[in-house]
Ligand binder design. Structure first.
Ligand code: PLP
Length: 461
């Protein structure tokens, strides 16, 4: 088996869904089978996936944002292989590794200003947990202000500042002292900050669940208010960071914004090794780690492991060398432009929004056609939240494009392509969207029948 592990693995391929049904997450398997997403992918490269029948798919989901440099990028792969082959003295713990020092140097250069300190961890939610602890430690305050519809991860601290009841229900008491404000509402933010109890105000500059973008001027004013009332501004760039929105970090679209803490993860992994990084100011870091005794008072076992650090360093190099931030800006504008041109012809589209290569389409009850209003009502009587599948399923089954339904409070579908995509990929997607959006207007029709069947099966389940 050791000699040809891949051949051995292939012998078990047809058991994947059964194994997961038995040992991992049967509800997830059921969902995949219900929408026909139970494929057997055998290869990934760049923006594409291939299944065991040789079909090629365009990946506009990128593993929820981790494959920003595309799948199996040759430079990242080569660097990881070199590190593996050298038998490096990984995770000695009582030393300082060159690799993590170099990642910290490169990351802080792209962030700039006074944010020169990095804490490493293993996931997005861990960056948020660290940010909460650092802000509490530095300010001596307890409370955390967060936004409606926010998503910062699902461990208990991050879950406490999740903007959707759906994720919180049935998990018992969460962290006390959290206060929710509407996204983009500066007056509500000022009211909460004025109590001077908040250690941190945390937000995503583009919300992952809705693709809502902060208004121009919002971050600068939020920063002014945070400073006025002694609260740290924490930007969760776990999804938006490293170029996805067309700047290295999304907040850099608005000059003068300099948060106190920036959370980075997903793309930093190169799609290979989980990693997270919290970037902050020396005065905050020095407050948390203020003595030799407390030098590991916040820490983790696997942070700074060589493979994660090599993947991170290689990813940062690829983004720089392949000019992927510029490509994200250019292709993002091309996609947004194309979608904005398609949108008026589909009465269900209520908004196209996002920034760079993080784009969402929001669907709503049409205001004109009686027939289409009736179709919308009929579907929503069965189940809220399945309309998006009328886009996502045919994109997959008829056009071989992998996307996802993103929102829980609205009917949003989200597109998160790799930053390496070409104009040809964008045209493949836009052509497919045109057909799929046109089909939503054929009622009664195949698309409506499929999605009504799906809604009924969800209700039955
Ligand atoms: N923050 C944001 C903005 C995210 O989008 C996510 C994940 O989607 C997280 C935090 C949590 O990251 P992870 O799933 O790696 O814990």
């Amino acid at each position: 088996m050791n000699r040809d592990f891949i051949a051995w693995l292939a012998q078990h391929d047809d058991r994947a869904y059964d194994l997961h049904e038995t040992h991992v997450n049967p509800a997830f398997v059921k969902m995949l089978k219900t929408i026909g997403f139970d494929k057997h992918y055998v290869r990934g490269e760049g923006a594409y996936l291939w299944d065991d029948e040789g079909n090629k798919y365009l990946d506009f989901l990128t593993g929820w944002g981790v494959f920003a440099v595309g799948r199996n990028h040759p430079k990242v792969k080569s660097i990881l292989k070199q590190v593996l082959d050298r038998d490096l003295p990984n995770l000695v713990r009582m030393n300082c590794s060159t690799l993590s020092g170099l990642v910290a140097e490169k990351l802080t250069r792209h962030i700039g200003g006074d944010l020169t300190q990095v804490f490493f961890c293993n996931s997005g939610t861990e960056t948020v947990e660290a940010a909460i602890k650092f802000a509490r430690c530095y300010t001596g305050r307890q409370d955390v202000i967060y936004c409606d519809h926010a998503f910062h991860g699902l461990t208990t601290g991050s879950l406490s500042i999740n903007g959707a009841d759906f994720f919180r229900e049935r998990f018992g008491n969460l962290m006390p002292g959290t206060r929710k404000v509407p996204f983009n509402d500066l007056s509500a933010l000022e009211r909460e900050l004025a109590s001077k109890k908040a250690a941190a105000f945390i937000l995503e500059p583009v919300q992952g669940k809705s693709c809502e973008v902060v208004h121009d001027g919002y971050l600068a004013e939020a920063q002014r208010l945070c400073r006025k009332f002694g609260t740290l501004l924490v930007l969760d760039e776990v999804q938006t960071g490293l170029g996805r929105t067309g700047e290295w970090f999304c907040y850099q679209h608005w000059p003068g914004v300099e948060p106190d803490i920036v959370c980075v993860s997903k793309a930093l992994s190169g799609g290979y090794v989980p990693v997270g990084a919290v970037v902050t100011r020396p005065k905050i870091m020095n407050c948390v780690f203020d003595s030799m005794e407390r030098c590991v008072v916040h820490s983790n076992t696997f942070g700074q492991n060589d493979l994660a650090m090599a993947a991170a360093l290689a990813t940062l190099m690829v983004i720089e060398e392949d000019a992927l931030v510029e490509n994200a800006a250019e292709m993002g504008a091309y996609l947004m432009d194309g979608l904005n041109r398609l949108a008026p012809s589909c009465p269900f589209v209520s908004a196209v929004r996002g920034k760079g290569l993080m784009i969402g389409i929001d669907f709503a009850r049409p205001s004109d056609s009686f027939k289409l209003k009736m179709a919308w009502d009929m579907l929503h009587k069965l189940n809220f939240g399945v309309f998006g599948q009328m886009i996502v399923m045919p994109l997959m089954h008829e056009h071989r494009i992998l996307t996802q339904v993103a929102g829980y409070h609205t009917e949003v579908i989200k597109f998160l392509p790799p930053m390496t995509i070409t104009q040809q990929d964008c045209d493949w997607f836009l052509g497919a969207m045109q057909e799929v959006l046109d089909d939503t207007q054929r009622f009664p029709g195949a698309a409506w029948e499929t999605v009504a069947g799906l809604a009924k099966s969800v209700v039955r389940a």
